[in-house]
Structures are given as structure tokens and as C-alpha cells.
Design a protein around this ligand. Structure first.
Ligand code: URA
Length: 435
């Protein structure tokens, strides 16, 4: 078999066979196929797509490139929750303790953020000594003890994806919905939970820029789930606005703790109530979604989610004093104020730039090995739709970068919003639920 023939076939919109896809994935894993041929094939997928059969066979080959987990030792209904990535998206860190408070077992392996979207692991790494590289035994023990655990992906979980992702990242082939779906789902299926709960972000701050793309991505992942007899539920949520008011690792942790004290932003709570309600109803067929959501709302009023979050930090070696004293963290060298240049209504219309700004301030990575500044980020003092006066502070930029870059930061900040004479339409946060 020759890789050139597989590229030609895909270019001509022909279906690859199961053995061709296995050959491809083995070649990616063993590095026997050169990078330029792999990226040429990925680009052909961008133009020609994949059939459902191809997608399932490709995902299976990816899954088989490494080890899968056996979670039999975890008793109870096991849920894996995943977001396709957004700006200020700290949902998993609120979802997991809330869901665990209701008896669900949340088993989550997470990646680091790259590009404009932050990663859950990076937020956790802001906590001194927090361990994000658990062995399988430690992962299972933490889930059994606390009700949830979040760890980084083990090196041997879908190794083909790590190699392919690194190539896609430098060859303009990240935003290919079929490849995103197979990448995400191979890792979810390798984990082996009862439910895969997916939050597909839709908007200027996400891979799926509009509802049509988000629906397509959702359905591709549901198709893959069906191929593996896995229950998959997808929530499509709006990413034309940031989630909550904090962007950046320690700043988001503060918002997580506030949410677990039921004093967090409404949008984050709404998303968590929906996601947890769906998971709870899936775990118990006698429970309606409305009744499940009511239970979640009640749980927000109980001290249990915050206690479980503390237990999780301790179980994974993190410094609990840090979490309990987030308000006493030192400030960054500079806190720059971005002010309204006009009066009117605030319309955040480019969340991509907001994500990019947080990266420039030090909260994310431009290249894989960049070091993140846990204190850097953005606090939104006003949100989408708010009425503002001229010179009113819209956002604070927290950074330890050179002050000589202030002009660059301010210019980018001003590209994230406009101030309009009329109140902009606020779309629903939860756009669609597909199962
Ligand atoms: N997240 C993944 O895990 N894979 C992708 O391809 C994109 C986002």
C-alpha cells in the first residue's frame, strides 16, 4: 500500500477502506509516513470530507494506536464531559463537583490549551503542587474517593492523535470538522465512560463559527458514538460572548470558587445546570430532565460542591490554602484599564480577539512550549448588552508583560467590541441539544 494512492483517492472524493485507514494511522503513529503526505491527506479531507463509515473506521484505528482505560473499578454512572474549546470556559471545573455532589462519577482527561482557547489542565496547574499526571490507579482512586478526577492525557492514550494534532497545528488543518470529531471521540471512547457529554461551542470564539458548522460537528461526533454503541449528548452553546467575566487561569479559578459558592455568573450556572441535568437524567431513566435540573439548582445552594472541589484539590496534591485564599493572590505588575470611547450599548463581536488578547497578556500559549503566567488575563467589568457611559471601564487587562506593549494590548482590546446606539440582540446561551 502506498500513501500517495490514499491521498489521490481522497482528492478524488473516493472512500478509503478500513485497511487503508489503519495503514494511515499506523504510519502516523510509527512515523513511517512522512509529514508532508499526512498533511496532504488532511487537506484533502478538508475539501472532500469523510463518509460515516470512514469516520468510524478512522476513529477505531486512532483508538487502537494506544492503550484504552478500564474503569470497571469505578462504581456508579460514569460521565466524561468535554468542551470543544472556548474563551473563559471554566465549565468543567464547576460541572464536575456539582455532578459528583449528585452521585455521578466524573472521569475526565483533559488537554492543555493551545491557541486562543484555554485548557482545563492549565487552570489546574495554577494551583501549586497540583498533580495533573495521575497513573490510572490514582485516577480511579480519586474518582472513587471524591466522585471526580481530572487528569492530563496519558502518553499512551491515542498517541496517533498527538502526532496528527501537532502536524495539523502547523499545516492549517486544525479546523476540519471530521478530524476534530475523530480526535475528540477517539480519546473519549478510549476512556470508556457510560456517557460522553459534549459542549460544542459555536461562534467567533470557537472552531464552529456558526450553527450549521456546530450542528455538523455535533452530528459527526454522535455518528462516531453510534459506531461504538456509546451514549453521546451534545449541547451546542453560544461562544459569541465570553463565558462569565474572567479569562485567564487564576482569575478563572476565582470565578469557579465563586460559582461553587453560588455567587458566580448566571451564564456559567445556566450551562452547568443544563449539562448536569442532562447527565443526571441519562443516569436515571425515571427522572425527567426538568426534575433533574431542579436537583442541580438545589445542589448549587448546598455546601457540598465546594467541599468536593476542596477534596479534589487535596486528593491531587494541590495547595488548599491557595484555593482558599485566591483573593489574596498578588496582583500582576500592570492592570491596564480599557475604557469605552463612546456611550451606548456594549456589543462583544469578536471573541477570537478576546482570546488572542488573553494569550498576548501571558494567559495562554502561542507555541507549544510557551510558559503560561497563571496571574495574567482579563476581567470583564461590563458584559454584552450592558449600557455604558463614555470612559467607563469595560475590562481590566492583568499582565506582567512589558508596559511598552500597552498600545498593542489596547488596540486589540478595542477590536473585541463596539458600542452601539441600540441594545444588541443577545442570543440564547444554549442553542441546541442533540442526542
Ligand atoms: N480538540 C481536540 O482534542 N482535537 C481537535 O482536533 C480539536 C480540539
Amino acid at each position: 500500500m502506498y500513501m500517495i494512492d490514499l491521498i489521490q483517492k481522497k482528492k478524488q472524493c473516493l472512500e478509503l477502506t478500513d485497511s487503508e485507514l489503519t495503514f494511515l494511522v499506523q504510519g502516523i503513529t510509527n512515523e513511517t509516513i512522512p509529514d508532508y503526505q499526512i498533511t496532504a491527506w488532511a487537506m484533502a479531507v478538508y475539501f472532500q470530507g469523510m463518509t460515516k463509515r470512514e469516520l468510524i473506521a478512522f476513529t477505531k484505528a486512532m483508538l487502537n494506536s494506544g492503550q484504552t482505560l478500564d474503569l470497571k473499578a469505578v462504581k456508579g454512572f460514569k460521565v466524561d464531559k468535554h468542551s470543544t474549546g472556548g474563551v473563559g470556559d471554566k465549565t468543567s471545573l464547576v460541572f464536575a463537583p456539582v455532578a459528583a455532589s449528585l452521585g455521578l462519577k466524573v472521569c475526565k482527561m483533559s488537554g492543555k490549551g493551545l491557541g486562543i482557547t484555554g485548557g482545563t489542565i492549565d487552570k489546574l496547574l495554577a494551583i501549586p503542587n497540583f498533580k495533573t499526571e495521575l497513573s490510572t490507579a490514582e485516577f480511579i482512586a480519586t474518582i472513587n474517593k471524591v466522585g471526580f478526577s481530572i487528569t492530563g492525557q496519558t502518553a499512551n492514550l491515542v498517541p496517533a492523535d498527538k502526532k496528527l494534532y501537532a502536524l495539523r497545528d502547523v499545516s492549517g488543518t486544525i479546523d476540519i470538522l471530521e478530524l476534530i470529531a475523530a480526535s475528540v471521540m477517539s480519546k473519549k471512547i478510549a476512556l470508556g465512560t457510560d456517557l460522553i457529554l459534549l459542549d460544542v461551542k459555536c461562534g467567533t470564539g470557537a472552531f464552529a463559527q456558526d450553527l450549521a458548522a456546530a450542528r455538523k460537528l455535533a452530528n459527526l461526533m454522535i455518528d462516531i458514538g453510534q459506531g461504538f454503541h456509546k451514549q453521546v449528548i451534545v449541547v451546542i452553546s453560544d461562544m459569541n460572548r465570553p463565558l462569565g467575566r474572567a479569562i485567564g487561569n487564576a482569575l478563572e479559578l476565582k470565578e469557579v470558587v465563586a460559582s461553587l459558592e453560588n455567587q458566580g455568573p448566571d451564564d456559567l450556572k445556566e450551562l452547568v445546570v443544563n449539562l448536569t441535568g442532562l447527565a443526571l437524567a441519562a443516569s436515571n431513566k425515571k427522572l425527567t430532565l426538568a426534575a433533574a435540573k431542579n436537583q442541580v439548582i438545589k445542589t448549587f445552594n448546598s455546601p457540598k460542591p465546594l467541599k468536593l472541589f476542596y477534596d479534589f484539590v487535596v486528593a491531587q496534591g494541590g495547595d488548599l490554602n491557595y484555593i482558599k485564599n485566591l483573593n489574596k493572590l498578588p496582583a500582576t505588575k500592570h492592570i491596564l484599564l480599557v475604557k469605552a470611547n463612546n456611550e451606548g450599548y456594549l456589543d462583544f463581536n469578536n471573541i477570537y480577539f478576546l482570546g488572542e488578547l488573553s494569550v498576548l497578556l501571558g494567559a495562554g500559549r502561542i507555541v507549544k512550549d510557551d510558559i503560561i503566567d497563571p496571574l495574567a488575563g482579563i476581567i470583564l467589568k461590563q458584559v454584552h448588552g450592558d449600557q455604558v457611559k463614555k470612559n467607563q471601564v469595560i475590562m481590566e487587562l492583568h499582565t506582567n508583560k512589558e508596559i511598552t506593549r500597552e498600545k498593542e494590548f489596547q488596540e486589540l482590546a478595542l477590536k473585541t467590541f463596539t458600542i452601539k446606539g441600540e441594545k444588541p440582540k443577545l442570543s440564547k446561551l444554549i442553542l441546541e441539544i442533540i442526542m
